[in-house]
Design a protein around this ligand. Structure first.
Ligand SMILES: *Cc1c(COP(=O)(O)O)cnc(C)c1O
Length: 401
């Protein structure tokens, strides 16, 4: 961009630094731009005071947030039916911000034993080191949860659908217990998303997401988000800012773009996963299938009530032939890739014994129900015929010499 020739001529280095001003426009972009700026400018001292004190809308510094963060937060808050939301650099960042904002030394946490591995480690190691007592329980068993409570218990931490065995917890039951005892029920809703389960309406006070998975949905983002009451989210936001858990504006933008198709993606993920789960149950190479939408699932009735719009895209199954069968299965798959994550539009699979539960001994793994034949599928939105072909073909290959 040039500059006003009536002004004193600027030197080349100054022109270079100050180029790229926003041109005036009578139109707005249909799709919001990415605010790739790490700070905002102020016209006068009144604006400094007003924006800092929240009297006028505006942004200050990249780590505090940008319009891209606000747009994402408002969308996820509305989807979950919460007052406010906070975007963070990862799911773990969002979990950290919420725990930092709500716990102090001397508090006690009751958490599900079957948690995402890094969450388990955060609670079991780091949070304990800070002087917070943590008890892990079978969260599907309300009596066990109740028995674990003490006068110091402040927070219950569970996942809507657990990984990799797809256990379902009774959110209404836990919500009632939390209300009765004045506890904060924190629900990691990554597996279900608000398209399938709105946990705040069932008694959760905070809902967390690894937006890395279904919310962004296209395997190109690492992000996290927390939703809850405005006062609690404000405290989590202060933690995010002090601990530096902020998300990049571009990834906030990408997550917002992914969200536009969340409901139709989850519908298709769920349809495909149910069809695959039923198919897997019919195969003799498969010893057991873990999917909340199957009548054989131990919490099928609860799952139907809690996930009325679909049971999600995650399916676990045991190959009867153990690890050798898993290797043959891997070698024969064409379309479905091995990837230790989930939630992409494309179908991927993972092997918990070598990924999420790698740190456990075989005995410990067996103790939590993760055998050498356990495979976890993240079912994508492809045509089901092609998925059945690929996975069916890989199962056929197990039996061949
Ligand atoms: C992936 C995941 C996390 C962690 O999220 P990151 O974005 O990887 O930090 C937490 N909880 C669940 C259930 C997850 O699947």
């Amino acid at each position: 961009m040039g500059h006003d020739p009536s002004e004193k001529a600027l030197h080349l280095s100054t022109i270079a630094v100050h180029s790229g001003k926003m041109p005036p426009s009578a139109t707005d972009p249909l799709t919001p731009p990415v605010y790739l700026t790490n700070v905002f400018t102020f016209a006068d001292m009144e604006a400094v005071d007003d924006v800092w004190e929240g009297r006028r809308g505006g942004y200050i510094y990249g780590r505090f947030g940008t319009p891209n963060h606000t747009m994402l937060e408002e969308t996820v808050a509305a989807l979950e039916g919460g007052e406010a939301a906070l975007a963070c650099a990862s799911g773990m960042g969002a979990i950290t911000a919420v725990l930092w904002a709500t716990l102090q030394a001397g508090d006690h946490v009751v958490a599900a034993r079957e948690l995402y591995g890094t969450t388990y480690a955060l609670l079991g190691a780091d949070i304990r080191r800070l002087g917070v007592d943590v008890t892990f329980v079978d969260a599907a068993d309300l009596d066990q949860v109740r028995r674990a409570l003490s006068p110091k218990t402040r927070l219950l931490f569970v996942e809507t659908i657990s990984n990799p065995l797809m256990g379902v917890v009774d959110l209404e039951g836990l919500g009632a217990l939390a209300r009765e005892r004045g506890l904060l029920l924190v629900v990691d809703n990554t597996f279900a998303t608000p398209a399938l389960c709105r946990a705040l309406g069932l008694g959760a006070q905070v809902v967390l997401h690894s937006a890395t998975k279904y919310l962004s949905g296209h395997g190109d983002v690492t992000a996290g988000i927390a939703v809850g009451r405005a006062a609690l989210i404000a405290r989590a936001r202060a933690a995010m800012m002090r601990l530096g858990l902020n998300l990049s504006p571009f990834e906030a933008w990408l997550t917002g773009r992914g969200l536009r198709t969340l409901t139709i993606r989850m519908e298709r993920h769920s349809q495909n996963a149910l069809a695959l789960a039923r198919y897997l149950e019919s195969r003799r190479e498969v010893a057991r299938v873990y999917y909340p939408g199957l009548e054989s699932h131990p919490q099928y009735r609860l799952a139907k009530r809690q996930l009325p719009a679909g049971f999600g895209g995650m399916v676990g199954f045991d190959l009867a032939g153990g690890f050798p069968a898993v290797q043959r299965f891997m070698g024969a798959l064409r379309l479905v890739k091995f990837a230790p994550s989930f939630g992409d539009v494309g179908t991927t699979w993972s092997y918990p014994a070598r990924t999420s539960h790698r740190g456990l001994t075989p005995e410990e793994r067996a103790g939590v129900g993760i055998g050498d034949g356990l495979v976890r599928l993240s079912v994508g939105i492809e045509a089901i015929e092609d998925l059945l072909d690929d996975i069916g073909g890989a199962l056929d290959a197990i039996g061949r010499d």
